[in-house]
Design a protein around this ligand. Structure first.
Ligand code: C5P
Length: 217
């Protein structure tokens, strides 16, 4: 039912993990595969939207979006989002952005010299929070992967980041897998979506987004 529901609308999506370099060959990342973000991009295309996809390092074929920007670190993803956000109607932040990055990145390969090696991490910018607080913010959708108190933590993130909609899931079953169970949380309350393939879930989530967006001020 969502086919053509976003005709002519512009949708910006982030997907995949980020990679925070430690030195020339090493870095910190997470196990996000990018599957859900890519499925959301395909669902947005199916809904008739013009789609820009900003991708962290992933190893999957991307859907035929209107524009794709590949990035590595959270800071690069933030720069790309700032660059692309103008004139978008909807921002869907699916990426598993690293919360911290090494305070220092060494341009050479670190040698195995120290008995104990201590890494200092500094916080990354919160991209979604930034976009949601822009003066003419697009309709913003967040994703929340949690391992406990899924609904409570997701709802507090939704309120904290001022999002009309957050999509919550269990990080343990969602990361890397082909299917997942989701809980949509908006101003009307919670809407569970029972386990299905991520492609199916993405279509359901996009239908919900289109419905909410249609009544968005
Ligand atoms: O706070 P948490 O990382 O769990 O929030 C999840 C949501 O915020 C996701 O939609 C994620 O893409 C976004 N996020 C972000 N920038 C960060 C951290 C999270 O855009 N630095």
């Amino acid at each position: 039912k969502y086919l053509d529901s976003l005709n002519g609308k512009r949708v910006l999506i982030t997907a995949g993990p980020t990679f925070e370099a430690i030195d020339a060959v090493r870095g910190l990342t997470n196990r996000s595969s990018g599957k859900m973000g890519l499925a959301m991009a395909q669902a947005a295309l199916d809904a008739g939207a013009q789609v820009t996809l900003i991708c962290g390092p992933i190893c999957l074929p991307c859907p035929p979006v209107d524009k794709q920007v590949n990035v590595s670190s959270a800071e690069e993803m933030f720069a790309a989002v700032k660059n692309e956000i103008a004139n978008n109607d909807i921002f869907i932040s699916v990426a598993a952005v690293a919360d911290y990055r090494p305070a220092e990145t060494y341009p050479h390969k670190l040698k195995k010299e120290a008995e104990v090696l201590t890494l200092t991490l500094v916080p990354n910018p919160d991209i979604l929070r930034y976009v949601a607080s822009l003066p003419h913010a697009p309709f913003c959708v967040g994703f929340a992967a949690e391992t406990e108190q899924i609904e409570q933590y997701a709802e507090s993130k939704r309120r904290d980041k001022k999002l009309p909609l957050i999509v919550a899931n269990d990080a343990r079953s969602a990361i890397g897998s082909d299917d997942n169970a989701l809980i949509l949380i908006d101003d009307d309350g919670i809407h569970p979506l029972s386990t299905a393939a991520k492609t199916v879930q993405a279509a359901r989530v996009m239908a919900h987004i289109a419905e909410l967006y249609a009544r968005y001020p």
